[in-house]
Write a protein that binds this ligand. Sequence first.
Ligand code: MG
Ligand code: MG
Length: 256
Amino acid sequence: MKYDIKLKNETDIKHLRESGKLLARALKATAEEVKPGVTTKYLNDFFHDFVVKGGGEPAFLNYQPFGADYPYPGAICISVNDEVVHGIGGDYVLKEGDIIGLDGGVKLKGLITDSAITVPVGKVSDEDAELLRVTQEAMMAGIRAAICGNYVNDISKAIEKAIPKKYGIVKILSGHGVGYKVHEEPYVPNFDDGVKGPKLVPGLVLAIEPMVNLGTDEVVLTNDGYTFVTEDGKKSAHFEHTILITEDKPEIITIQ
Ligand code: MG
Ligand code: MG
C-alpha cells in the first residue's frame, strides 16, 4: 500500500505551532461561552471572530469535503448531545445537562491545525461526565502511542484499548493527516482495522480524534449533509488534537 504523505519541514512546523496555539486559545475562549441559554450560532460567530482577530482563518468555513453537495457553512463544527460531529451552529439554545462538541480548524500562514473538545453545559449526569473523560483519555492514549517507529495501527489499537467495551466507537469516521489541507493521508482509525498503515516518522502531522457513543457505534448522516448523529439517539463525545511525530515523544500542536 502506497500512502500520499506530505511531511512538514522546519518552517511549516513553526507555522503549525502558531496555528495550533491560536486554535487552542480560540477553543478555550469559545468553551468559556458555553452556558444554558446560549445559541450554537452565537458560539460559531464567537469562534469566527476570535480566530480572525488572532490573524487566522477558520479553516472549515467554506471547506467542501469530497462528496459534499455544498461547502461547509460554519466557522466551527458544533455537535450537541446525539450529534457526533460536523454539526452546524444555528438557533438551537443550549440547556443544562447538554454536552456540546466544539471542533475547530485554523489556517495561519498557510498551515492548518484541527482540534476538538466536548464540554458540559452546566451540570451533566455522571454517565455523560464519564463519557467525556473516557473519550479524552482515549485520545491521550492514542497520542502516547504516536511514537516514531510505530505504525498508524499502533495508535488505533491504543485508542480502542482505552475505551471500555460498553461504549460504541464510531468506525466510519477517523483521524487523519493535516497541515497543508484539512484532510490529508494517512487516515487514523479509532479501532484496530487490521491494517498496519504507514510508519510514523518525524515531520508527520496527524489529527487524533476518537468519537465515542454511549450506545451503538452506528451513526447516520442527517439531511443537512454534514451532521452525523447516533443511530439510537444516545449521546456522543469527541476530542481531538493535532500532533507532530518527532524523534522523541509526539508534540501536541494544538495547545496554548
Ligand atoms: Mg476536527
Ligand atoms: Mg479532524
